[in-house]
Structures are given as C-alpha cells and as structure tokens.
Ligand binder design. Sequence first.
Ligand SMILES: [Zn+2]
Length: 270
Amino acid sequence: MRLDEIKGNEKLVERLTASIRSGTVSHAYIFEGEAALDKKAFAQAFAKAILCENNPGIGCDTCLSCRKIDHDNHEDLIYVEADGRSIKDEAVEKLQAKLRVKPYGARNIAIISDADSLTLRAQNRLLKTLEEPAGGAILILLSENMENLTQTILSRCVKFRLDYFGKESYEGMLDKAEEVADLLLAGEPFYKRKEAIAGIIKDAGKADAFLDALERVYRDRLIEPAEKGKLYKKSQIYENVAIIEETRRQIQRGVAKGYALKDLVIKIGG
Ligand SMILES: [Zn+2]
C-alpha cells in the first residue's frame, strides 16, 4: 500500500508527506490504533514514502526500494515483533546491533510491532537508542494503547492516533454493516445473509473493519431509540455485540475469517 492509498487518515498522511518532502522527518514515532488496524501495513507505507526513489513523500510501488518493501526483503527495514507475549531486552539489543550497521540506502528504519509488550527493561534499553539514534535511523513504534509505554519513551517520540484505513474507507464499511444489520433484523434466510457479506468473505482484510462497523451500528441503535432503535430490544443488541466479540475471538484463535463471519450471520438476531 502507498501512503496516499491510506484512507480515513488524510490529515496525518498529508503531514507525514510534507515532513518527508521538507526533510523534517522525526527520528521516532508512535502510531497508536486499535487491534483490528493493520498498523504494520501503515508503517510499511510510511517507510515506503520515506525511502522511495521516484516519489518521496508518497511512494511509487515500482522503484527497487518500494518493491523490496512489498516483498518484505528491504535490507534497511528492521522488524521487531513480540516473542511470545513480550518484546524482551535481548530483542532490543539485537535491534541496536542492526542499527549500528550502515544502511545500504539512505537510512535504517525499524518497525516495532506490539510496542505495548516491550518489557520495562526493554523500554529502558530502547531509550538509549531514542536519545541518540544512529545516523538518521527512524524508529516506528506501533501500539494499541500507548499508556503502556513509559513517559520517558513517550516524551521522545512523535505520537499519532490512527483511524480506520484501508483501500475502502471505514465509512463505506459502516454503510455495509447497516445494510447487513437491517437484513438480519428482517430475519432473512441464510442464503440472503451469506450473499450480503459475500464481498467481505472474499476479501478477508475487510473482516475486522466490518466487525467493528457492525458493532458500532448496534451500539448506535442503543442511543437512537427514536427511529431504528425502537425496532430492537436492548437485550438483543447486547447479545448481538457479544456474538461479534465471540467472532473476533474465534478469528484470533485462528478460525478462518470467512467461516467465522458465516457463523456470525447465522447466530445474530434482529
Ligand atoms: Zn518507490
């Protein structure tokens, strides 16, 4: 994904593009966003925009650097991920060793997923890197809730909150979720329910955003009793939200998204 393909975060994207083009990119960022957001995809799009040879600030998808990022084999991009439940001290030590190596291109970029899971010791070690980043390196921390990070880390990073993004906007997904909720309320037969979510089943990347949107639709109905809200019993809405949460857990446990969604539209009531 290129930076300009990230929807729903236009102001942030504009700001990042401007900072790359004016040479004022910061050396450390925290991007916070819900679990359902593919924050790594966002970080890769940002890295692409920084390193792109043809179209810096946005990326081009065709230069060597962009293609390497797409293929997950860019030499200057360093990924740090949780090992089990946490990112430990040793992982940060390894990262620091890699950052000491001169980049092939303009600079090294480290993407730290699940930064919330950095142990306190690991955070303290990372602090040194944040204080004196080696030769133009950029650190990108991805977090679900940045309150899990120490103040000293937070104070050394530029912090942004990510909204829903994707090639299809969250707003588009809300319309879809509304349509599906109406259909479920009307008690339509299974084949019609399945038909309504066919597009989402086909493109698994949309499943999380769809679940979030559907939950939002139900929660909105709780506070809009005047119109559509009166069609639902409150207890039914809570039950539906519980089914959505169970579907998320199934997906986290490794159940195929398409299967979990089909199960959802069978179980949910009007
Ligand atoms: Zn490029």
